[in-house]
Write a protein that binds this ligand. Sequence first.
Ligand SMILES: [Mn+2]
Length: 334
Amino acid sequence: MTELEANIAKFKDLVDGAKTILVLQPDSPDGDSFGSALALEEIFGELGKNVVLFSYKEPEPYLRIHEGWDRVAQDMPKQFDLTVLVDTGSPKLIKSTLEHHATALMAKPMVVIDHHASRQDFGFTTIDIADTSVATAELIMQLCLDFDWTVNTSAAVKLATALLSDSLGLTTSGTTYRSVAMYAECIKRGASPSELSRLHREVSALEPTQVHLKGQLLSSIEYVCDGELAIAEITPDVVADNKDKFEPYNMIISEMQWTKGVKLAAVFKNYGTKVSVPLRSTNESAAPIAAKFDGGGHPNASAYRTTTTDIAAEKAKLIAAYEAYRKETTVEAD
Ligand SMILES: [Mn+2]
């Protein structure tokens, strides 16, 4: 039995023995973590368990498409028997949760269901169920099939949405036969592809003012490194104006990534006090470049935080890192 198989067996035993299960996700939920967590609420509910959903931050508006989004609480329950943490590859992603609730969490077993290639140790004992699924939702559906757990229509819609979110509609490089097969399992249980697409269009529709902002941001893109690296900045005023409403970089980063000649797209999201840099690539440079700055993620979609708020200097560092990466990979290709 492999370690993964042993952990899967342990997970089943722990769920069987638990009365109340805490479903935890990263401090800032995303489409995959959120859909996976809400689906697990249904799946564990079908098994007769009490389920409590927690995220440190409130879900962003685009996530509030699912029935049950308002059950994801920011209060840690007093009593639970097991924690299931979804879609979390690094303790940094649950930093605030751990700062406030580490003692309660460490007193009970924690199972982590995840799919991040760049997994980091949590610094405490966890039972890890991790593979290279395109989304955590894919792995959850596979586990439900293995255990013969009921996935009702509502859970199927939530898993399908999560799967489509991380795989960008089943199009990313991590999408496999199994990703599509698990999506089909969701459709089999009543999720409708056209309805999922309509829902996605509806929640991602922009306000007229956002379309104007998108135009301004697109005009500000700089192209460097022979046009291979596209860089944009979201200035502190734009970040502040849209705080808790939406992510301006989401409107432009895919356009940047898929501009002719561009291989890496970087957006400096400048809060004024800190700067985060989401990266997208078409040559799998996003992960190694993010890693150079202590960040992480997926081969073509990663992120890091800068160490200073000097945007010009941080841009120069990124350009140097990309130039170095280009040299390294050219040497390897020779
Ligand atoms: Mn994910």
